[in-house]
Design a binder for this molecule. Sequence first.
Ligand SMILES: [Zn+2]
Length: 684
Amino acid sequence: MPIAGFHLHFYQPPRENPWLGVVPNEWSAWPYHDWNERITAECYRAMIAVALPHSDDGGTELNEPLAKSSFDVGPTLHHWIERYAPDVDQALAYQVSHVAASPRSVVVAAPYVHAILPLARATDRERLVAWGIADYQRRFGEGPLGMWLPETAVDLDTLETLARQGIRYTILMPGQAARIREPGGAWQQVDVHSLDTSRPYLVRLSEGRTITVVFGHGDLSQRVAFGDLVDNGTKLADTMMESLDVGRDGAVLLVTDGETFGHHHRFGDLGLAWAMRRLQRHYGVDTTLGEWLATQEPTFEVELAPVSSWSCAHGVERWRSDCGCVTGSQPGWRQDWRTPLREALDWLRDTLGNAVDVELVTLVESPDETLCDYGTVLTGALGPAEFVRAHQARGLDDDETTKVLELCEIYRNLQFSFTSCAWFFADPAEIETAIVLRYAAVALELAVRTLGLGLETEFLTRLQGVRSNRPGVDGREIWRQAREHYRFDEALIVAGFAAEHLANEHGARHDRGFWRLEMQPPLEDDEAGTLRVTLTNAPTLRRQTFLTRAQRSGALGVRVQVKADGAQEWFTFGLGELGTDAVALVASSWLVGPGSVDFEGALNLLVAEMLMRHSSTDDAVVLVALAGAPRCVTPAGETSIRRALLAITGQPHEIVDVELLAPLARAVGLDELVGSSRPLAAGG
Ligand SMILES: [Zn+2]
């Protein structure tokens, strides 16, 4: 049976603050909390169940396009969906296990990190693939047959890695093929126009291994992703059928980012579901790649270009040089910052990665197997302590166990710093590059703590060559901006807990991102009002006890002191340092009542206060935190935010932190309140 189907690649970069494990606000995603929330509403949730009008009687029916497609979900995105959109995760799991023939027939795995595999070190490539397989196994109960390659970036070594780990097929685009031959025939050159994409191909690898390659239909995929073909589902289905050789059991496969449907193209989810229903019911063809592949025995061979990808015409240069492929550039801009960024991170990965290996040798049976297997921890199949026990070279105590886990975390953060989006866009002073630099920063800090190895100075020297197209913004400044307002340490986490506890004695969170907090009974000589708190970092199991005391200061402010148990020095923190998630909880407890999460009500009460007293800098901190707390701000909430902004900036003795309020003011269209100064790298 022929197929006319789709492969959808779902992916977003990891957006968690890597010190905290909580996703920060991205004001450019307004009215949503961040881009993952927004894209979930527009695309992921929409694609789970699309309401289609009946073609005949005027009613509606729910269609589940993913259960009859082929798709992959980047593991870091899937992790976020599981945590923040459990409805999507559960419905997806049900559809692939109960509506589709089997998970393997519809879901393709992906490497754990969206890295360009041909540019990765050979060992890293093996591990990222192994982590992706572990994630798939935990979610779907069996190993994957197919694997999606980030940016479809491929070379022979990458295919060898996939085949060695049991992957049977991958999906590429026609421009990546160099020549083909039929069984017993001679090699024929092919190009993007002449390659016959209706059949699967075989790539011969070392030691008798092979891997199957399925090619997407280049022209139709382009017209769906960047044209208007998905605007009309009937036309989409009919056009696909025109390209299908029905008699030969061939395939027409459209390959695009999953976010095309509903996010990049409004109502694209409808167009896709409509087209799939028409293909199935009207034309009677199958739409599921996995099921079709199970009936195919590829006989034609393909030889691929030495290295290639679907979004760079120069192989994989886009992720390391100024090759000319770019998104969002402006006249006169250059992308020569890509090379020093890649080289600095490669240097860090090599230097720090080697140090990790050397240290692991004394603690575990095999550093390579340990790091390869760390994916089972990342996906939650194995607890960290259990994982260390499985790999330890001898009985390790708690400190040594934490050391192994910290070494694994150094390695993980290094890998996350190769997330390909950092090189994809026009300028390095944007969200995507900041994301990878933060992972590098966490790896550097852990290196100091765990290995006593200080590499930041040399790393920064290497980063110096990364220059933004905006005047005066060099690597050092990009580094500073990436970490500012993001960096958290243990004392600050404890301070946030103490402030939440002060505002709401029984409701302070014991769970915040990567961190677990436990209250301890006070000791005899602890001063009254002092809390004793044990803080555990969940990934590394590092535990430390702190003393802390918090008091209210001014109308909505707080002053928190923290010191490590046994230390002399107290550190003092104010409201603005605690993190917006903590501030929103503290402020709504104070404004509305203990434990309240009525952020909109709190905003209205903040306005009432502004009408009765002078503003302080804490009010702006509270306003920004309350405005950013909901997953999506309602129209009524937005009205409250505008009123609060007007109240604060209209104070007679105004103390207005323009830089703090500017992104919020812009989000709600009140730019004039904070002037025209636009801070760099506001994101977007
Ligand atoms: Zn290029």
